[in-house]
Each structure stands twice: as structure tokens, then as C-alpha cells.
Design a protein around this ligand. Structure first.
Ligand code: GDP
Ligand code: GDP
Length: 433
């Protein structure tokens, strides 16, 4: 079995209490290997449809302080090597100790998913105390009470997402929404992708179609298309067509992982299209541009470049966005749209290992630190990606309030230069350490 959850942390934080709860045994199962002086506690646990093994690394007891620290370090190392998910348990009643900090430093370098589990939150009065643990630099924190079991469900909901399960659920398929003004070619591209057995393409705006989600599974691709062209409603009032289409676009935008914004090469990009960029950004979605009807443009070898520059100028500051030139009627680059949408989907889901992130970004920051204000210098200590559906990065520093907007931009640009986030939103936060 490949789904192993390791609980690490210093003594008395409540590891074995959680372990017992997860495995529903009062007594930990002790697996005694000959020649191994340390006991390991293994147990099988289940959550929703997932079965996994839990390891309580707290089975080691030593008297000498040096051996003890070395043991903890080793436990964490083993957990990093062997586990699929690491639960780093800390205690809200004691706050962050030196040993917690030391463990956090090791875990930040690991490539495994790490969950900071703040234990002993037996009542909500302690909730605000728990936020202290964000400064461990390991992203999201999960507040629980091992004793009462509160918060463990929410924790496990997140943990199981990191498992290697064979069964892919329906909602794990990427969702791509094709949006754009009327007549840009949305219906045409959908029909071109899914074949002629699918209904009418018509140049008349306002045609009703009922299909909203289309399952596409061909040529090694498997995703859902959200068809906003198929969601038109016949309305008498012109403004309502617009309003309705905006409403549906917003909904499609909320549902989708990647927005495929289609524009007409002849008409160019307009303010409604720019609004889509704002909406996509607000909703933290991926986005790409398709310039359709490319067959209608008279071209030379500079035309693509000129168009790209024109579009990027209009969509600024959202410039790190893929642009594909298509002709649906000439069947040019239709499948490329799907390849690029897949790429944006992956860019949005991209996770950068903490070690890599710090290795790349810290030297950049050292060469170009935030400008000092009134003689005060911002010192950025480390960087961590925060768990979420889109890339978010926390830069831990002494004086986050002194970091100004241009530096946020600079950091975002450097992240984009060094890692592929094309089409994906990137959020940067400076936080107190
Ligand atoms: P570990 O083995 O060192 O990880 O810690 P234990 O599971 O043995 O727990 C240490 C102590 O903390 C024990 O006295 C537990 O009863 C207590 N403890 C564990 N979880 C909780 C909790 O959620 N709330 C409170 N108040 N005490 C807890
Ligand atoms: P929608 O309103 O965005 O769904 O646009 P449609 O798919 O209904 O297309 C509107 C019109 O543009 C139709 O007459 C299509 O045949 C035409 N059209 C679509 N794609 C292209 C293209 O790549 N080149 C040309 N020349 N016409 C196209």
C-alpha cells in the first residue's frame, strides 16, 4: 500500500492520541523488528473511500538530550523518505518551541506534502493562538483536538487528496470553459472538437441549446468542456442577452479550471474581453486567448508578433498568457487549443518544492532586495508555497508592511521567469516571521 501518513513532532504534543483516534485502537500496534532499537507504530485507517497506513513516530524515548534531538531528526528524515503525507503536530498550549522550528526547517526542504496540525484546540477560544503556527513556513495550518476529535475530519479531507488512488472521480477531470463575445466561433470550435453528430452551428446569435457540460475523451485527452455558447437564451431585449451571457459566463468561470477566451481576429480584443481577464484573476482561474478567424487576416511573417504585442498591451498586466491563432473553418490549430489548455491547467496546479523555491528565489532577492524605507531593511528569510488550487507563495520576512506594490510585481515576474506559470494566476504574500 502506498498511502502512508506519518505523524511527526516533539513529545507530548499528542501524536499517539491522534494515532489512536485514527486507528481506533487504545493501544498502538507495535511492530518490533529485530536489530532495530526503535519501535514503530503502524496502523490502518480509513477515511471516506481511502484506506491508508498511519505511522506514529513518537515511539522512541531517550534520556539524553543529544540522542533525543538526533532521534527526532532521524524520525523526520524517515518520514520524509517513506511517507506519502506528513502530519507535523504542534501544541497550541505551548506555542512554537526551538525543536518545532528545527523540525519545520527540515520539513520545508522535503518534497512531500506536509500538514501543520495544531493540536489541543479543545475549544474555539484558542483558535486565534493557532495562527502563530503559520510562521513555521509550511503553509496552511489545521487546528484539531485529538482528544475530542474535532477538526480531524477537515484535516483528513485534505490529506486524502494527496493519495495515489486508481479511481479518478468525475469531478477531478479538468474543466475548460470556452467564452467570448457572440459570433467569435465558440460553437464552431466545440462542434469541430466533438464532431458533427452534435447540433447546429449557426451564425444567428440567440439560439437555444441545452447542453452545458460536454465530456471530451479523444486523442488521449479527457476533460469537460463548458459550453457558454450553448447557454444562450432567447430574449427580446438585447441588453438581457448580454446580461444573461455575462451571468452564464461568470458561472462558467467559477466552475472552470481554465478559461479559453476566444476573440475574433478581425474585431480584435474589446472591453468585455478585458473584463473576462479581471474575472478570471479574481476567481484564481487559468486563462488563455484564442484568436479565431485567422484565415480572414492577410499575413506576412510579422503578423503573429504584431497581434501578440497588441493583445498583450491591451490585457496588461495579465501578460503571461498563452495566445493561439486558429481558423476553425480551415481546421487550423484547433487541437492545439486543447494542448495549451492542458498546459495552463498543469501550470495552475504546479507545486514547487520549498527547497527549490528557496534555492532559486533567495539569491534573486539578495541581488535585488526590497528598497529600505526610513533606514529599515526588509529581510526575507524563506519562501513557501501555500496549499491551494492556484499558485500562492508566502515570503516570510521581518517587516512585511514595508514591502510595496512594485516589489510584489517584481517577485511575481521572477517566479514566472523561473517556473512555468503561463496562464495561471500567481499570488504573492509577505508575512511576518
Ligand atoms: P505524544 O505521544 O508525545 O505525541 O503525545 P500523547 O498523545 O501521549 O499526548 C500527550 C499528552 O497530551 C497526554 O496527556 C494527552 O492526554 C494530551 N493530549 C493529547 N491530545 C490532546 C488534546 O487534543 N487536548 C488536550 N487538552 N490534551 C491532549
Ligand atoms: P459563437 O457565437 O461564438 O458560438 O460563434 P459561431 O461558432 O456561431 O460562429 C459565428 C460565425 O463565424 C459562423 O458563421 C461561423 O461559420 C463563423 N466562423 C467560425 N470560425 C471561423 C473561422 O475560423 N473563420 C471564419 N472565416 N469564420 C468562422
Amino acid at each position: 500500500m502506498s498511502n502512508i501518513v506519518a505523524i511527526v513532532g516533539r513529545p507530548n504534543v499528542g501524536k499517539s492520541t491522534l494515532y489512536n483516534r485514527l486507528t481506533e485502537t487504545r493501544k498502538a500496534i507495535v511492530d518490533d523488528f529485530s536489530g532495530v532499537t526503535r519501535d514503530r507504530h503502524y496502523g490502518v485507517s480509513e477515511w471516506t473511500d481511502h484506506q491508508f497506513t498511519v505511522i506514529d513516530t513518537g515511539g522512541y524515548v531517550a534520556n539524553s538530550a543529544d540522542i533525543f534531538e538526533a532521534a527526532i531528526r532521524e524520525q523526520v528524515e524517515i518520514a520524509i523518505e517513506e511517507a506519502s503525507v506528513i502530519l507535523f503536530m504542534v501544541d497550541v498550549t505551548t506555542g512554537i518551541t526551538d525543536l518545532d522550528d528545527e523540525i519545520a526547517t527540515m520539513l520545508r526542504k522535503s518534497k512531500k506534502p506536509v500538514f501543520v496540525v495544531v493540536n489541543k484546540l479543545d475549544n474555539n477560544a484558542l483558535l486565534s493562538d493557532a495562527t502563530e503556527f503559520y510562521s513555521l513556513g509550511l503553509g496552511e495550518i489545521y487546528s484539531i483536538s485529538s482528544m475530542t476529535g474535532s477538526g480531524t475530519g477537515e484535516l483528513l479531507d485534505e490529506v486524502v487528496k494527496h493519495f495515489d488512488d486508481e479511481v479518478l472521480e468525475e469531478n477531478t477531470r479538468p474543466k475548460y470553459a470556452i467564452v467570448g463575445r457572440p459570433n467569435v466561433g465558440k460553437s464552431s470550435i466545440i462542434n469541430s472538437l466533438i464532431g458533427k453528430d452534435r447540433n447546429i452551428v449557426t451564425p444567428i446569435a440567440g439560439t437555444t441549446r441545452d447542453s452545458i457540460h460536454i465530456h471530451y475523451n479523444q486523442y488521449g485527452h479527457d476533460f469537460m468542456l463548458i459550453d457558454t455558447a450553448g447557454m444562450r437564451k432567447k430574449t427580446k431585449v438585447k441588453e438581457n442577452i448580454e446580461f444573461y451571457s455575462v451571468m452564464r459566463t461568470i458561472k462558467a468561470l467559477e466552475e472552470a479550471d481554465v478559461i479559453i477566451l476566444m476573440i475574433d481576429a478581425v474585431e480584435g480584443i474589446e472591453s468585455q474581453d478585458i473584463n473576462i481577464f479581471h474575472l478570471a484573476e479574481k476567481n484564481k482561474k487559468g486563462i488563455m486567448v484564442v484568436v479565431n478567424k485567422w484565415d480572414l487576416i492577410e499575413k506576412n511573417n510579422k503578423t503573429v508578433k504584431v497581434f501578440e504585442e497588441m493583445i498583450r498591451e491591451k490585457i496588461a498586466p495579465f501578460t503571461d498568457v498563452p495566445i493561439v491563432f486558429t481558423s476553425v473553418t480551415e481546421k487550423q490549430r484547433v487541437l492545439k487549443v486543447i494542448d495549451v489548455a492542458n498546459q495552463v491547467y498543469q501550470n495552475r496546479a504546479r507545486k514547487i518544492a520549498t527547497s527549490k523555491l528557496n534555492e532559486v528565489m533567495l539569491p534573486i532577492i539578495e541581488n535585488y532586495p526590497p528598497p529600505s524605507i526610513k533606514g529599515k531593511y526588509v529581510k526575507i528569510k524563506y519562501i513557501t508555497q501555500i496549499a491551494g488550487s492556484s499558485p500562492m507563495f508566502a515570503f516570510f520576512c521581518n517587516l512585511p508592511q514595508y514591502v510595496k506594490e512594485p516589489y510584489y510585481r517584481f517577485i511575481e515576474n521572477k517566479l514566472r521567469e523561473n517556473f512555468d506559470f503561463s496562464g495561471a494566476p500567481v499570488q504573492v504574500w509577505f508575512r511576518q516571521k
